[in-house]
Write a protein of this length. Structure first.
Length: 184
């Protein structure tokens, strides 16, 4: 009966229940049940691999990718009118919306748009870039959020450090995703 109640409550909360398959003994009248609150993330193994490789918070990496591409590895955002007026040919590509060619080639000289659409390659570069930004902007807010590094991710480190560009709306949206993924 208790097991059914726990399963029902967990279902309402969206929590997965894992049951231990041990047989009941007289010492343990209540079955052992553990609750796993870690949500499922698209490309979860790759996020774990590259957040670990670069020692960056998985939750932050997932929040950025969730906001940037909604986990769509084929996402491309084409250059803005301002970029065109400045003579730039820049597109944001893949899960982490890595700028091509500027940021992508700076991180890996062999980068291509096709490679950036491969989840593993893109998350590797996303982790690498985020590590650089966290090293440059290590300050956290009181709740542990890396607002400066997120602002620099959006603006580009050079533009952010020169004070040219801070998109507070972007930072707020990533922070919202960061709270969404708090159980990672």
């Amino acid at each position: 009966m208790i097991e059914l109640i726990l399963v029902a409550i967990a279902g309402l909360l969206g929590v997965q229940i894992l049951q231990n398959k041990k047989t009941k003994t007289s010492d343990s009248p209540i079955p052992e049940v553990s609750v796993t609150e870690r949500p499922s993330v698209p490309y979860g193994i790759l996020f774990e691999r590259y957040s670990s490789k670069y020692n960056v918070p998985i939750r932050l990496m997932v929040a950025i990718v969730d906001h940037e591409s909604n986990f769509n590895p084929k996402a491309i955002n084409y250059e803005t009118k301002a970029d065109i007026q400045k003579g730039h040919n820049v597109d944001s590509v893949g899960l982490g919306q890595i700028l091509y060619p500027d940021t992508a080639v700076a991180l890996d000289i062999t980068s291509t748009k096709d490679k950036l659409m491969q989840p593993e390659y893109n998350l590797n570069l996303t982790g690498m870039l985020l590590k650089q930004l966290l090293n440059r902007y290590p300050k956290k807010t009181i709740d542990g959020f890396h607002a400066e590094a997120v602002a620099a991710y959006n603006a580009g480190s050079a533009r952010y450090s020169n004070g040219e560009f801070v998109n507070q709306s972007y930072v707020d949206k990533v922070r919202s995703k960061w709270f969404t993924w708090r159980n990672l």
